[in-house]
Design a protein around this ligand. Structure first.
Ligand SMILES: Cc1cc2nc3c(=O)[nH]c(=O)nc-3n(C[C@H](O)[C@H](O)[C@H](O)COP(=O)(O)OP(=O)(O)OC[C@H]3O[C@@H](n4cnc5c(N)ncnc54)[C@H](O)[C@@H]3O)c2cc1C
Length: 491
C-alpha cells in the first residue's frame, strides 16, 4: 500500500514545530542562586548541568551534538527523568539535551502495523494518539510518563509481552561525531540489537519505529495466595501472559494479578473510585512515613495495603493501557533484577529466608513479572526467558525511608542467582562485574567505541557500569564507510 491509499496517515511534516511539546519534570530549573538543577522523578538524584538544549528537529539535534563534541564536552540526553538510578543525570557542568520539542508522531502506517515517532514523545502521548485511532502498543510497564526513547534505552518492560524495545523495527541515531545512522534489523541485526537497548551510551535516538496492535480490552483479576501456594504456581505463571505477583513481606500474603483479552466493553473507574484510590494512597504514604520512624509498623502497613487492594480492585475491565499502567504512586527507589525464569523459585525462597532471619523491614510489594527472552544485547532479559523481581524503598513525603539493609539483602540474593539489574534501578554493580552477566558485553563495547569514541554521551553512571569509552576496542567488524549495513548520513 502507498501513502495515497489511505493506509498511512502522515501526521506532521518534520519541519513544522511540534503541536504539543512535552516538558519533562524539573528540567533545568533555575534556582534563585542562578544554578541549573535537574532532578529525577523519584528525587533520588540531583544534578547541576551546564547548558540545557531543547532542539526541535533532527538537524538542530545534530548541531547540538557536533558543538558539544567539537569542544570535547559531555552531553546527556534526558527523557522523562523516571529512572531512579543516576543513568540520566548529567555530570556537573556538562550539557543536557531534552527532546521535549522533538516529540511528534510522524507516521502511522496501518498496512505495516507501525508507528514512527520523534524520540522525545512520552508514552502517554503516544498511547493517547494511538487509542483515538483504534491502535495500541503491544506492551506497557506500570507507568506511561517516560519518553519512548528513555523506555527502550533501559530495556523497560511490562509483564508477559516483554520489553518495549522488542517491538522496534527502525531507529535513527545521532552518534558522538554527529553522524546520523538509520538502522533496521534486516540490514544489520547486530548493530540494531546493540542500539535497541543502548543505555543512552551509543548516541541520541532521533526517531523510532515501533510495532502497534489493534486496541484491546483487558479483564484483570486479583486473587490471594499464600507464599507456599505461589511457589506451586510459579511455573504456570511464568508462561501465563499478563501476570504479576505481589508479595507482601512480613505478612505471608501474596496477590496474583492476571489479565486476559476480553470482548467486554471497558468499564473505566468512576470518579468516586479514583478519588477513593487517591485517598487510600495518601493514607498509605502517611503510614509508610510512620513506619520510617517506627519500623515495627511495617508488617501492619503491608497487611493493610494487601487487604485494600484485594477488596477494592478485585476485577477490572478496561482498555489495555489503563489496566497495564497502574500509575506512578508514591515516590520510591527501586531495586529490580532480571533473573532466569528457572531461577525464580530459588530466589523467592531466599528472599523469604532473608525476611524471616530478621534485621530487615521490607516494604511491600516485592513484585514478580515474567517475560520472554529479549534480543537487545544489554537488555536484562537478553537471551533468556526471565522474571523481573522488583523491590521497593518508598520515599514518603520526600523522606528516604531506611531500606539499605533490605536492599543489600535482596540485592545479594538476586545477584547470586545470576540476576542482571534493571539499568534504571538502584544497583551498585560495576563494569567488571556486569561484563560476566551479559554474553554480548564485549561486542557492545566495540559498537560504543565506534559510535561514541570520545565518550560524548558518557556520564558518571555509565563510567561505572560500562567503563570508560575505549576507542581502541575493535572486535566488531567495521564496514569501510560506517557501521555495517546501516544507512549512514552526515545529516
Ligand atoms: C513510577 C515508575 C514506574 C516504572 N515502571 C516500570 C516498569 O513497569 N517497567 C520497567 O521496566 N521500568 C519501569 N520504570 C523505569 C522506567 O521505565 C525507566 O527508568 C525509563 O528509562 C524511564 O524513561 P525516561 O524517559 O524517564 O528516561 P530517563 O530516565 O530520563 O533516561 C533513561 C536513559 O535513557 C536515555 N535516553 C533518554 N532519551 C534518549 C534518547 N532520545 N536517545 C538515547 N538515549 C536516551 C538517557 O540518556 C538515560 O540513559 C518505572 C519508573 C518509575 C519512576
Amino acid at each position: 500500500m502507498t501513502a495515497d491509499d489511505g493506509s498511512r496517515s502522515r501526521l506532521a511534516e518534520p519541519s513544522t514545530p511540534p503541536a504539543e511539546p512535552v516538558t519533562p519534570p524539573a528540567l533545568g530549573h533555575e534556582t534563585t542562586a542562578g544554578a541549573r538543577i535537574w532532578t529525577n522523578w523519584a528525587r533520588t538524584v540531583t544534578a547541576f548541568p551546564g547548558a540545557v538544549h531543547q532542539p526541535a528537529g533532527r538537524d538542530a539535534l545534530v548541531d547540538v551534538v557536533r558543538s558539544v563534541a567539537g569542544r570535547g564536552g559531555r552531553l546527556k540526553v534526558v527523557g522523562g527523568g523516571h529512572s531512579p538510578s543516576a543513568i540520566a543525570a548529567p555530570d556537573p557542568g556538562t550539557d543536557l539535551v531534552s527532546l521535549a520539542r522533538h516529540s511528534r508522531v510522524l507516521d502511522l502506517d496501518v498496512s505495516r502495523d507501525e508507528v514512527t515517532v520523534e524520540a522525545g514523545i512520552r508514552l502517554d502521548a503516544l498511547v493517547g494518539f494511538l487509542a483515538t485511532r483504534g491502535w495500541a502498543l503491544p506492551t506497557l510497564g506500570a507507568v506511561t510518563a517516560q519518553t519512548v526513547a528513555g523506555a527502550v534505552s533501559t530495556g523497560s518492560h511490562g509483564s508477559g509481552e516483554g520489553s518495549l524495545d522488542r517491538y522496534l523495527s527502525a531507529l535513527e541515531l545521532v552518534d558522538g561525531t554527529g553522524r546520523v545512522h538509520r538502522l533496521v534489523p534486516e540490514a544489520d541485526p547486530a548493530l540494531f540489537d546493540a542500539a535497541r537497548t543502548g543505555l543512552g551510551a551509543l548516541g541520541v535516538l532521533s526517531t523510532l519505529t515501533l510495532r502497534v496492535v489493534p486496541a484491546f480490552t483487558l479483564s484483570a483479576t486479583v486473587v490471594a495466595r499464600t507464599l507456599d501456594g505461589l511457589v506451586e504456581e510459579l511455573d504456570e505463571l511464568s508462561s501465563a501472559g499478563w501476570a504479576r505477583v505481589w508479595w507482601y513481606p512480613h505478612t505471608g500474603r501474596v496477590l496474583v494479578w492476571r489479565a486476559h483479552r476480553t470482548a467486554e466493553r471497558p468499564r473505566p473507574a468512576s470518579t468516586l473510585r479514583l478519588a477513593a484510590d487517591r485517598l487510600a494512597e495518601a493514607v498509605h504514604e502517611t503510614a509508610l512515613w510512620g513506619a520510617s520512624t517506627v519500623p515495627a509498623l511495617m508488617p501492619v502497613v503491608n497487611r493493610a495495603a494487601a487487604t485494600r487492594l484485594l477488596t477494592s480492585r478485585r476485577t477490572v475491565v478496561d482498555t489495555g493501557d489503563r489496566v497495564l499502567a497502574t500509575g506512578e504512586g508514591i515516590r520510591r527507589q527501586v531495586l529490580e533484577y532480571s533473573v532466569g525464569a528457572d531461577a525464580v523459585r530459588g530466589v523467592v525462597a531466599e528472599l523469604r529466608r532473608a525476611v524471616a532471619r530478621g534485621g530487615v523491614r521490607a516494604p511491600a510489594p516485592v513484585e514478580l513479572r515474567f517475560g520472554p527472552a529479549e534480543a537487545g544485547w544489554l537488555n536484562p532479559a537478553y537471551g533468556r526467558a526471565s522474571c523481573s523481581v522488583g523491590v521497593v524503598g518508598y520515599r514518603p513525603f520526600g523522606r528516604a525511608a531506611a531500606c539499605a539493609a533490605w536492599f543489600a539483602a535482596a540485592g545479594s540474593v538476586l545477584a547470586a542467582a545470576g540476576g542482571r539489574p534493571h539499568w534504571a534501578s538502584a544497583h551498585a554493580h560495576d563494569a567488571a562485574d556486569l561484563a560476566g552477566r551479559y554474553p554480548r558485553w564485549a561486542d557492545f563495547a566495540d559498537v560504543r567505541a565506534r559510535l561514541d569514541p570520545d565518550g560524548v554521551f558518557a556520564n558518571a553512571y555509565l563510567d561505572r557500569v560500562l567503563g570508560p569509552c575505549d576507542p581502541g576496542h575493535q572486535r566488531y567488524p567495521e564496514a569501510p564507510d560506517g557501521p555495517a549495513g546501516s544507512d549512514t548520513a552526515t545529516r
